[in-house]
Design a protein around this ligand. Structure first.
Ligand code: ADP
Ligand code: MG
Ligand code: MG
Length: 211
Protein backbone atom coordinates (compact mmCIF):
# COMPACT_ATOMS: atom_id res chain seq x y z
CA UNK A 1 0.00 0.00 0.00
CA UNK A 2 1.17 3.56 -0.67
CA UNK A 3 -0.40 4.62 2.63
CA UNK A 4 -0.13 3.12 6.10
CA UNK A 5 -3.67 2.90 7.50
CA UNK A 6 -4.55 2.79 11.19
CA UNK A 7 -5.42 -0.90 10.72
CA UNK A 8 -2.04 -1.63 9.12
CA UNK A 9 -0.18 0.28 11.82
CA UNK A 10 -1.94 -1.52 14.67
CA UNK A 11 -1.20 -4.74 12.76
CA UNK A 12 2.47 -3.66 12.95
CA UNK A 13 2.23 -3.63 16.76
CA UNK A 14 0.58 -7.07 16.76
CA UNK A 15 3.15 -8.53 14.37
CA UNK A 16 5.99 -7.11 16.46
CA UNK A 17 4.51 -8.79 19.54
CA UNK A 18 4.22 -12.09 17.66
CA UNK A 19 7.80 -11.85 16.37
CA UNK A 20 9.13 -11.08 19.85
CA UNK A 21 7.18 -14.03 21.29
CA UNK A 22 8.58 -16.30 18.56
CA UNK A 23 12.18 -15.09 19.14
CA UNK A 24 11.98 -14.49 22.90
CA UNK A 25 14.50 -17.20 23.67
CA UNK A 26 16.96 -15.97 21.06
CA UNK A 27 16.77 -12.35 22.28
CA UNK A 28 17.36 -13.50 25.84
CA UNK A 29 20.27 -15.73 24.76
CA UNK A 30 21.91 -12.73 23.07
CA UNK A 31 21.41 -10.68 26.25
CA UNK A 32 22.88 -13.54 28.33
CA UNK A 33 26.17 -13.05 26.46
CA UNK A 34 26.61 -9.30 27.06
CA UNK A 35 23.84 -8.29 29.48
CA UNK A 36 21.54 -9.80 32.10
CA UNK A 37 19.54 -12.33 30.05
CA UNK A 38 16.20 -10.55 30.15
CA UNK A 39 15.77 -8.76 26.81
CA UNK A 40 13.42 -11.40 25.37
CA UNK A 41 11.29 -11.66 28.50
CA UNK A 42 11.24 -7.88 28.99
CA UNK A 43 9.99 -7.22 25.47
CA UNK A 44 7.63 -10.16 25.42
CA UNK A 45 5.90 -8.91 28.54
CA UNK A 46 5.68 -5.39 27.14
CA UNK A 47 4.49 -6.24 23.64
CA UNK A 48 1.90 -8.69 24.98
CA UNK A 49 0.57 -5.85 27.16
CA UNK A 50 0.44 -3.60 24.07
CA UNK A 51 -1.77 -6.17 22.30
CA UNK A 52 -3.98 -6.52 25.39
CA UNK A 53 -4.44 -2.74 25.48
CA UNK A 54 -5.31 -2.65 21.76
CA UNK A 55 -7.97 -5.29 22.34
CA UNK A 56 -9.35 -3.76 25.54
CA UNK A 57 -9.38 -0.15 24.34
CA UNK A 58 -9.20 0.05 20.51
CA UNK A 59 -7.64 3.40 19.56
CA UNK A 60 -9.49 5.67 17.14
CA UNK A 61 -6.50 7.20 15.37
CA UNK A 62 -2.80 6.63 14.75
CA UNK A 63 -1.63 9.07 17.41
CA UNK A 64 -3.82 7.46 20.08
CA UNK A 65 -2.66 3.96 19.10
CA UNK A 66 1.02 4.76 19.52
CA UNK A 67 0.57 6.84 22.65
CA UNK A 68 -1.23 3.85 24.17
CA UNK A 69 1.52 1.49 23.00
CA UNK A 70 4.31 3.74 24.25
CA UNK A 71 2.77 4.25 27.66
CA UNK A 72 2.14 0.52 27.98
CA UNK A 73 5.77 -0.31 27.13
CA UNK A 74 7.15 2.24 29.58
CA UNK A 75 4.88 0.81 32.29
CA UNK A 76 5.44 -2.90 31.70
CA UNK A 77 9.01 -3.40 30.44
CA UNK A 78 11.67 -3.22 33.09
CA UNK A 79 15.13 -2.32 31.94
CA UNK A 80 16.63 0.02 29.39
CA UNK A 81 14.64 -1.20 26.42
CA UNK A 82 11.21 -0.31 27.89
CA UNK A 83 11.71 3.45 28.12
CA UNK A 84 13.57 3.41 24.78
CA UNK A 85 10.92 1.52 22.79
CA UNK A 86 8.25 3.37 24.77
CA UNK A 87 9.72 6.73 23.81
CA UNK A 88 9.98 5.60 20.19
CA UNK A 89 6.26 4.77 20.15
CA UNK A 90 5.20 7.91 22.04
CA UNK A 91 7.12 10.24 19.73
CA UNK A 92 5.88 8.31 16.69
CA UNK A 93 2.30 8.83 17.89
CA UNK A 94 2.68 12.48 18.79
CA UNK A 95 4.23 13.22 15.41
CA UNK A 96 1.67 11.16 13.46
CA UNK A 97 -1.21 12.97 15.18
CA UNK A 98 -4.94 12.21 15.21
CA UNK A 99 -5.09 10.82 11.66
CA UNK A 100 -6.38 7.56 10.19
CA UNK A 101 -3.50 6.99 7.75
CA UNK A 102 0.07 8.09 7.01
CA UNK A 103 1.51 8.46 3.54
CA UNK A 104 5.12 7.44 2.98
CA UNK A 105 6.51 10.87 3.82
CA UNK A 106 4.46 11.21 7.00
CA UNK A 107 5.42 7.67 8.03
CA UNK A 108 9.11 8.52 7.52
CA UNK A 109 8.70 11.69 9.58
CA UNK A 110 7.02 9.79 12.43
CA UNK A 111 9.68 7.06 12.39
CA UNK A 112 12.43 9.68 12.47
CA UNK A 113 10.74 11.42 15.41
CA UNK A 114 10.66 8.07 17.22
CA UNK A 115 14.36 7.60 16.52
CA UNK A 116 15.14 11.13 17.75
CA UNK A 117 13.31 10.25 20.98
CA UNK A 118 15.46 7.15 21.45
CA UNK A 119 18.61 9.24 21.00
CA UNK A 120 17.36 12.01 23.31
CA UNK A 121 16.61 9.44 25.99
CA UNK A 122 19.54 7.06 25.64
CA UNK A 123 22.25 9.35 24.24
CA UNK A 124 23.65 6.55 22.06
CA UNK A 125 25.37 7.29 18.77
CA UNK A 126 25.76 4.95 15.81
CA UNK A 127 28.68 2.65 16.60
CA UNK A 128 27.89 2.36 20.33
CA UNK A 129 26.49 -1.18 19.80
CA UNK A 130 22.80 -0.51 20.47
CA UNK A 131 19.44 -0.53 18.67
CA UNK A 132 20.52 2.82 17.21
CA UNK A 133 22.95 0.92 14.95
CA UNK A 134 19.96 -0.63 13.16
CA UNK A 135 17.45 2.21 13.42
CA UNK A 136 19.58 5.04 12.08
CA UNK A 137 20.86 3.49 8.83
CA UNK A 138 17.56 1.73 8.11
CA UNK A 139 15.55 4.94 8.48
CA UNK A 140 17.98 6.55 6.06
CA UNK A 141 17.24 3.71 3.62
CA UNK A 142 13.53 4.38 4.19
CA UNK A 143 13.95 8.10 3.43
CA UNK A 144 16.02 7.40 0.33
CA UNK A 145 13.38 5.00 -0.97
CA UNK A 146 10.66 7.64 -0.46
CA UNK A 147 12.83 10.27 -2.18
CA UNK A 148 13.08 7.83 -5.09
CA UNK A 149 9.30 7.57 -5.33
CA UNK A 150 8.55 4.51 -3.17
CA UNK A 151 5.26 4.24 -1.30
CA UNK A 152 5.05 3.35 2.40
CA UNK A 153 5.12 -0.43 1.88
CA UNK A 154 8.08 -0.43 -0.51
CA UNK A 155 10.07 1.96 1.68
CA UNK A 156 9.36 -0.18 4.76
CA UNK A 157 10.49 -3.28 2.89
CA UNK A 158 13.73 -1.59 1.83
CA UNK A 159 14.38 -0.55 5.45
CA UNK A 160 13.64 -4.06 6.75
CA UNK A 161 15.87 -5.67 4.12
CA UNK A 162 18.78 -3.50 5.29
CA UNK A 163 18.33 -4.43 8.97
CA UNK A 164 19.89 -7.91 9.38
CA UNK A 165 23.22 -6.75 7.98
CA UNK A 166 23.28 -3.80 10.38
CA UNK A 167 22.30 -6.06 13.28
CA UNK A 168 25.12 -8.48 12.48
CA UNK A 169 27.56 -5.57 12.11
CA UNK A 170 27.11 -4.82 15.85
CA UNK A 171 29.01 -8.00 16.75
CA UNK A 172 32.58 -6.66 16.36
CA UNK A 173 31.75 -3.38 18.12
CA UNK A 174 32.72 -2.43 21.67
CA UNK A 175 29.60 -1.54 23.69
CA UNK A 176 29.53 2.06 24.91
CA UNK A 177 25.97 2.26 26.30
CA UNK A 178 23.80 0.13 28.55
CA UNK A 179 24.76 -2.93 30.57
CA UNK A 180 26.95 -4.37 27.82
CA UNK A 181 29.29 -1.39 28.24
CA UNK A 182 30.22 -2.71 31.72
CA UNK A 183 31.93 -5.63 29.94
CA UNK A 184 34.33 -3.44 28.00
CA UNK A 185 36.37 -5.56 25.57
CA UNK A 186 34.36 -8.65 26.51
CA UNK A 187 31.35 -7.18 24.71
CA UNK A 188 33.22 -7.62 21.42
CA UNK A 189 32.16 -10.61 19.31
CA UNK A 190 28.46 -10.71 20.22
CA UNK A 191 25.43 -9.25 18.44
CA UNK A 192 23.64 -6.55 20.43
CA UNK A 193 20.22 -7.86 21.60
CA UNK A 194 18.47 -4.53 21.03
CA UNK A 195 19.69 -4.45 17.44
CA UNK A 196 18.07 -7.87 16.99
CA UNK A 197 14.71 -6.73 18.41
CA UNK A 198 14.82 -3.57 16.30
CA UNK A 199 15.32 -5.76 13.24
CA UNK A 200 12.08 -7.53 14.22
CA UNK A 201 10.38 -4.13 14.59
CA UNK A 202 11.33 -3.11 11.04
CA UNK A 203 10.47 -6.52 9.55
CA UNK A 204 7.08 -6.40 11.29
CA UNK A 205 6.37 -2.99 9.78
CA UNK A 206 7.22 -4.21 6.28
CA UNK A 207 5.05 -7.31 6.74
CA UNK A 208 2.12 -5.28 8.10
CA UNK A 209 2.20 -2.85 5.18
CA UNK A 210 2.53 -5.68 2.65
CA UNK A 211 -0.45 -7.57 4.07
P1 ADP B 1 18.56 -4.01 30.36
O1 ADP B 1 19.91 -3.78 29.72
O2 ADP B 1 18.20 -2.91 31.31
O3 ADP B 1 18.43 -5.38 30.94
P2 ADP B 1 17.19 -4.90 27.98
O4 ADP B 1 18.00 -6.14 28.12
O5 ADP B 1 15.72 -5.10 27.83
O6 ADP B 1 17.47 -3.89 29.17
O7 ADP B 1 17.68 -4.09 26.69
C1 ADP B 1 19.05 -4.02 26.33
C2 ADP B 1 19.18 -3.32 24.99
O8 ADP B 1 18.81 -1.96 25.11
C3 ADP B 1 20.60 -3.29 24.44
O9 ADP B 1 20.88 -4.46 23.70
C4 ADP B 1 20.66 -2.03 23.61
O10 ADP B 1 20.34 -2.28 22.24
C5 ADP B 1 19.57 -1.19 24.19
N1 ADP B 1 20.15 -0.05 24.92
C6 ADP B 1 20.65 -0.04 26.17
N2 ADP B 1 21.04 1.22 26.50
C7 ADP B 1 20.80 2.00 25.42
C8 ADP B 1 20.97 3.40 25.14
N3 ADP B 1 21.50 4.23 26.04
N4 ADP B 1 20.60 3.84 23.91
C9 ADP B 1 20.06 3.01 23.00
N5 ADP B 1 19.86 1.69 23.22
C10 ADP B 1 20.24 1.19 24.41
MG1 MG C 1 18.93 -7.04 29.71
MG1 MG D 1 17.63 -5.99 32.79
Amino acid sequence: ADQASLAALTDWLRRFAAAVARDERHLTDLDAKIGDADHGSNLRRGTAAVVEALDADPPGDVGAAFKQAGMTLVKTVGGASGPLYGTFMLRFGTTAGAVDALDATALGTALRAGYDGVVARGKAEPGDKTMVDVLEPCLTVFDEAVAGGAGAAAAARAAADAAPERRDATAPLLARKGRASYLGERSVGHVDPGSASTTLLLESLADALAG
